[in-house]
Design a protein around this ligand. Structure first.
Ligand code: MLT
Length: 389
């Protein structure tokens, strides 16, 4: 082929963080087929879909088998029944979101990556450490990225204090992936006020909001003025165990002016919607009964997190997260580097985590463990780490 390729791809790492981790684990497992590996790396759920969700999927599958109830292409932005269920979900959080501003998606990752299509070569502000999708999707599009560091001093919750007044696309994830830190109302208000003052747009990733239980905001729209300066991405992956089922949503408020019609246009061109069966499953997950079941699953993961947190506390290893988040972000003991610690845990305890350095320069020397494992795997991992550390 003689065509010039998008050389911005040379600016990103050749392989995605979780593919890298998986490759190393595969190599280890091939070399040591007798060893039982415990995976607390990628944040993938282990509990099955809940009964209410499964019932809805079966019913919708039967509808697809019958000419009278069969559905073809879904409405471009999602079925009304789901957009309205999502608006009701916000209502239960005490937040008013117009169902017409909700765009059903196949998960937060795709929309977070795709949303940057709407912008010219604008300045981008990304916290470090960070979910790699924010960085990679902007680098692929040729943008420069300004980083704002999360560290122990700011509790991994950087604030806009000291930033210039340049308008930017600003990424915020709370509860944070990877650090598990959660912004308070005051912390988010600072960002909203900054965005309103500077004409910036916040891209808010709320994928882990269901883990919040201490009154911290579950949505950026809990903050006054946010409808004029923020888009919110949310997902049922972690809330309802949809990592393989794929359904999420993006709220693009009409108050953002040109942004909403542009997103409508972009989605109508490049996205053909989420399957009917999955949208019915999502509706069920957001129902009263579905929410109750999902919260029971979240309580199970939180119990896993508490067991890991207890171990780290006993060992005197500093960490954040683990209470309003499925992630525990710990400082590698003995000043070890992130990948060095990864290798140690894999080789000496066959426990897989995610090296903090994979989430950015400021993540070097840190390590992420997930609470999404089964109880048995988590218990065994804690026992092995107890012996090793
Ligand atoms: C993670 O482990 O950070 C997440 O599972 C990645 C994702 O949600 O795409």
């Amino acid at each position: 082929m003689k065509l010039q390729l998008n050389d911005n791809f040379a600016r990103i790492k050749p392989s995605y963080l979780f593919s890298d981790v998986a490759k190393r684990v595969r190599a280890y497992s091939e070399a040591h087929p007798d060893k039982k590996i415990l995976r607390l790396g990628i944040g993938d759920v282990t509990l099955p879909l809940t009964p209410t969700v499964i019932r809805a999927m079966h019913k919708a599958t039967d509808e697809m088998a019958n000419a009278a109830t069969f559905r073809g292409y879904a409405p471009e932005y999602g079925y009304d029944f789901l957009r309205e269920a999502i608006a009701r979900h916000y209502e239960q959080l005490g937040i008013s979101v117009d169902a017409g501003d909700v765009f059903v998606s196949d998960g937060a990752k795709s929309d977070l990556g795709n949303f940057v299509d709407l912008f010219a070569d604008v300045p981008v502000l990304v916290p470090d450490p960070v979910y790699p999708v924010y960085v990679d999707s902007n680098l692929m599009a040729g943008r420069e990225i300004e980083y704002i560091e999360g560290n122990e001093a700011n509790g991994f919750l950087p604030s806009p204090a000291g930033l210039s007044d340049v308008p930017r696309l600003i990424y915020i994830c709370s509860p944070n992936n990877p650090t598990g830190a959660v912004y308070s109302k005051r912390g988010l208000t600072e960002w909203v006020e900054f965005a309103l003052r500077t004409g910036s747009l916040i891209l808010y990733d709320a994928a882990y909001e269901a883990f919040i239980a201490d009154g911290s905001p579950c949505s950026i729209y809990a903050i006054k003025g946010a409808v004029k300066c923020a888009v919110e991405f949310c997902s049922l992956s972690k809330t309802a165990g949809f990592t393989g089922t794929r359904c999420g949503w993006t709220v693009v408020p009409a108050a953002l002016g040109a942004v909403k019609p542009m997103w409508e246009r972009r989605q109508a061109t490049k996205f053909n919607g989420v399957p009917y069966v999955v949208q019915r499953a999502a509706e069920a997950a957001l129902s009263w009964e579905g929410t109750k079941e999902c919260m029971e699953n979240i309580a199970y993961y939180k119990e896993n997190a508490a067991r890991i947190a207890d171990l780290l506390t006993r060992k005197g290893i500093p960490f954040t997260g683990g209470t309003a988040s499925p992630y525990l972000w710990l400082k590698c003991p003995g000043g070890m580097g992130s990948w060095e610690f990864f290798d140690k845990l894999l080789n000496e305890a066959q426990v897989v985590g995610t090296p903090g350095a994979g989430f950015g320069r400021a993540g070097e020397g840190y390590f992420r463990l997930t609470a999404f494992g089964s109880r048995a795997a988590t218990r065994e991992a804690v026992e092995r780490l107890d012996k090793l550390l």
